[in-house]
Write a protein that binds this ligand. Structure first.
Ligand SMILES: *Cc1c(COP(=O)(O)O)cnc(C)c1O
Length: 467
């Protein structure tokens, strides 16, 4: 197949057009906006037909985004590596819970959470891009658990890449910490910060802004603002529709997505822009409800994040909301820049009526509190014999209220419950049985450095690591 060069523009409208490799290695656009494909590639029903292999769907959905920016066969090789890390033949199996209600299981990868699906691809594709340019890349990220684990598993031993992960010391679960710290890879530095997640994020910002580090090569982050991470989440939406077709369900589904930074949900919206049939998207958030208040009340306002059982969704300023505003406004970069400049300055912005109407056409949003989340974990176990993680429970709670007469409802299951045993066990009365990837962590030796919250300590640690 002949592919044109895929082009990327910024949501803020004043960055030079970039190709896939540039968008991948930069992460954020130079004008502070997020990269978006200049046009949406179009797929056809043949791309989600019953019986297709995950790799075929992923190739069709992702190759148009890469175009000619990476070496021939790069995506094939990346997909091969991704799929080798997933046990089920479907990669993301679709499980029926009851009439019209389905669970799309995204947690069968190396760290037992859905971030593996995109992170494995982003890592392999980054290595391919650097191979072409001959450059080196240092990635830094702050994590409350899942992102860091997925990033370490994906980037460990990738050529030309170093990865620095900052996690709050003694505030991530033992499983999540061991997933990050037991990997034997000289290109990974784990820093345990004597502080909280916000301290980690502040240190990452300081590191990314440091001129002396930037002078040593490309320097970026691995969070879900990266277009490559979003692109890597599109294929499983095709997989869901394909698996429904395989059992004779050809009506379009509603997708219910447990939501933090809105990357997962935006990938679904991207799939529907490319032609995938759907009856809509529901973003299910926890008590951190800035997104739900923006869409339901028309005011996007920052509040302090509260700690919940669905910790990977404890987000109060969802980064990919900017992509949604850009897309829903008909790609109005001036309006997008205005909304997010006001939000950055005042912590609060009233969304114009026209924008609000457009946003509501794209997605609806529901906030689920902690008691309801626990009740949903209990309900899933009692009714279907399914043990679900708190993030999945948030989605299921929203999913069960949706009318199923017009077609199926698919809730996304984003993590294995054994990663969140502390919250799940008290509800179901036993520890969820861990998958092989967690059992295999065993008592392997851990490697991490403990640092304080001073920028100077973080800088010194990264400088020593880079030389
Ligand atoms: C990251 C994460 C989410 C939220 O995904 P977003 O793309 O940030 O909306 C949900 N569940 C789990 C388990 C996660 O790790």
């Amino acid at each position: 197949m002949q592919h044109a060069a895929a082009r990327y523009v910024s949501t803020r409208g004043s960055s030079p057009v970039a190709d896939f490799a540039e968008a991948l290695l930069r992460g954020m656009a130079p004008d502070g906006g997020l990269y978006m494909p200049a046009t949406w590639p179009k797929l056809t029903p043949a791309n989600w037909a019953a019986g297709l292999a995950y790799s075929d769907m992923a190739l069709a959905a992702m190759q148009p985004f890469i175009g000619t920016a990476l070496p021939e066969g790069a995506l094939d090789r990346a997909l091969h590596r991704l799929i080798a890390g997933f046990a089920p033949p479907e990669v993301t199996p679709l499980v029926q819970l009851e009439d019209g209600l389905w669970l799309l299981e995204l947690f069968h990868g190396p760290t037992a959470a859905f971030k593996d699906l995109a992170m494995q691809l982003a890592a392999a594709l980054s290595a391919e891009a650097l191979q072409t340019s001959g450059e080196r890349l240092t990635l830094v990220t702050a994590t409350s658990g899942d992102t860091g684990a997925a990033a370490v598993a994906a980037f460990a031993n990738q050529p030309r890449i170093r990865l620095v992960v900052l996690h709050p010391h003694e505030r991530v679960s033992p499983v999540q910490r061991r997933q990050m710290t037991t990997v034997e890879a000289d290109n990974v530095l784990n820093l345990a910060v004597r502080g909280d997640f916000d301290d980690c994020q502040r240190l990452v910002k300081a590191l990314l802004a440091d001129e002396s580090l930037r002078a040593q090569g490309r320097f970026s982050s691995v969070n879900s603002i990266n277009w490559a991470r979003l692109a890597g989440q599109i294929p499983y939406y095709l997989s869901a529709v394909s698996q429904l077709a395989a059992v004779g369900e050809t009506r379009a589904p509603v997708f219910v997505v447990p939501t933090g930074n809105f990357g997962d949900a935006f990938a679904g919206i991207a799939a529907s822009r490319m032609g995938l049939p759907s009856r809509g998207f529901v973003a299910a958030v926890n008590a951190n409800d800035a997104l739900a208040r923006a869409i339901n009340e028309g005011v996007y306002a920052r509040r302090a994040a509260v700690e919940t059982a669905s910790v990977s969704m404890d987000v109060q300023a969802p980064s990919n909301f900017e992509r949604l505003v850009y897309e829903a406004s008909g790609r109005d970069a001036d309006l997008t820049r205005g909304v997010f400049a006001d939000f950055a300055r005042d912590g609060r912005v009233v969304l114009p009526d026209e924008l609000l109407t457009a946003l509501r056409r794209e997605v609806s949003a529901v906030s689920v509190d902690e008691a309801t989340t626990r009740a949903e974990i209990a309900h899933a176990h009692a009714t279907w014999g399914q043990v679900v993680c708190p993030h999945t429970a948030v989605a299921l709670s929203a999913a069960r209220t949706i009318d199923r007469t017009a077609g199926p409802v698919v809730a996304l299951a984003t993590a294995h419950p054994a990663k969140f045993g502390k919250d799940v066990a008290p509800v179901v009365g036993f520890d969820p049985h861990p998958p092989e990837v967690i059992r295999a962590l065993g008592d392997r030796a851990e490697r991490f450095d403990v640092i304080g919250t001073d920028t100077s300590e973080a800088l010194a640690a990264v400088r020593a690591f880079q030389t």
